[in-house]
Write a protein that binds this ligand. Structure first.
Ligand code: GDP
Ligand code: MN
Length: 397
């Protein structure tokens, strides 16, 4: 589960990680109040107003702006809240901004070159260990750094049994070119950051930038935090951080009815049982000249009710020009699935306005094909993979 920057910072701070302080605001009035309160705590009258959406690259899209006084706080917050923020990580329509983080300005005026670092904590799947990835090149796209100057990206593998050890934290501070007080601060920062990652059951922390101020403080200016859904049962307070407005509505609906659905950009809807077969089906669609509109695993029980729910979800996407149903009848018998499709189709009537290609393989496949062929519905049946692909190509052309 992804959360907002301000929520991620709350989690970091609760484990002693130093952060750029701030308060979330839902309108310009609240933003001004937040700024006043921050000034009392920090003494600085400058603030940065940051759009809170689940997407990075906000700075580039005009979602992060500096306000030098309360009037500017009010103006900028009013401007950003309600806007559709388009960043390199959103779709072309962008994301609607519902709230902003009003944060202290931590880039001291007159500080000609503040040091910005990149740091992330994540699972290294090839070693089966956690890993800290870090770079001296903070504040910019890490993908660009990886491409242009890969030697400036460092990694530190961490044994989950021992956790991050002192010498590793010191190596990180050293590789970042720090010395003196800043070195000590970075060691503290990294140790607390790793502890936060572990204790919060997160699957990703990405802090870009980590800032070194001219008075040698190290702090998190940004925080992208992904929590592990499977651990949310033991973090009730984190589970409440979910912001459903940030999620794809069809995916939310699918989750509610227990279907595993991921929205994609193509024109062929797929309904498949089993994640592996779903991946293979997407390849099949591509080979036939189409693009998958979604990933959908209907799971083990493909009865009429479930098939109907799946059809309804797929058809919400008006880019869909055809639906390919690819079911392997192992535990579930093909003829039962076929009956489910026929019943769902009859139930939905005009709601189904695109051709459907059904490929059923496994137990009672022939009987299933017969059922579909004799139903009188506009459904094409296939037994072989290739046959199904050819049919998809035919209906698309
Ligand atoms: P992102 O663009 O979504 O990654 O958002 P960030 O939180 O990383 O902010 C984008 C950029 O805004 C940072 O790289 C900084 O250069 C700048 N920024 C963030 N906080 C401050 C601040 O307190 N003062 C100033 N002057 N700039 C800031
Ligand atoms: Mn950032």
């Amino acid at each position: 589960m992804n959360i907002h920057e301000y929520q991620g910072k709350e989690i970091l701070s609760s484990f002693g990680v130093r952060i750029q302080r701030g308060t979330v605001a839902r309108n310009a009035r609240e933003a001004v109040d937040a700024a006043k309160e921050l000034t009392e705590q920090t003494g600085t009258g400058w603030h940065v107003i940051k759009a809170q959406v689940h997407a990075g690259g906000r700075g580039k899209g005009g979602g992060v702006k500096l306000a030098k006084n309360l009037k500017e706080v009010e103006e900028i917050a009013g401007e950003i809240i309600g806007m559709n923020l388009v960043t390199p990580q959103t779709s072309a329509e962008g994301k609607k901004v519902h709230q902003v983080l009003v944060a202290e300005d931590v880039y001291y005026p007159g500080d000609s070159e503040p040091d910005e670092f990149y740091m992330s904590v994540l699972l290294n799947r090839s070693t089966g260990r956690n890993m800290i990835m870090y770079s001296t090149e903070g504040g910019m796209d890490i993908e660009t750094v990886a491409e242009e100057t890969p030697h400036l990206i460092f990694t530190e593998d961490i044994d989950p049994a021992t956790g991050l050890l002192g010498f590793q934290a010191r190596r990180i501070a050293f590789n970042l070119g720090l010395s003196g007080q800043a070195f000590k601060e970075m060691v503290k920062f990294v140790l607390s950051l790793y502890k936060a990652f572990e204790k919060s059951d997160s699957s990703l922390f990405e802090i870009n930038p980590v800032l070194k101020t001219s008075d040698d403080k190290i702090l998190a200016v940004d925080a992208k935090v992904t929590l592990d859904d499977n651990a949310l049962f033991r973090h009730k307070d984190y589970a409440e951080m979910r912001d459903i407005r940030e999620e794809n509505p069809t995916e939310v609906e699918a989750k509610e009815v227990g279907l595993n659905y991921v929205d994609l950009d193509g024109n062929v809807g797929c309904m498949v049982n089993g994640a592996g077969l779903a991946m293979a089906t997407m390849d099949l669609i591509k080979m036939a000249g189409g693009e998958p509109a979604n990933f959908l695993d209907v799971g083990g029980t493909a009865d009429a009710k479930r098939v109907e729910e799946a059809f309804r979800l797929i058809l919400k996407d008006d880019k869909v020009e055809a639906i390919l149903v690819n079911i392997f009848g192992g535990i579930v018998r093909c003829d039962r699935v076929a009956q489910g499709i026929v019943d769902a189709y009859k139930n939905m009537g005009d709601a189904i306005n695109v051709p459907i290609i059904v490929r059923l393989q496994g137990t009672n496949a022939e009987k299933a094909k017969e059922l579909i062929d004799n139903s009188g519905l506009k459904v094409f049946s296939a037994v072989e993979f290739k046959e199904a692909a050819d049919k998809v190509q035919e209906v698309l052309s």
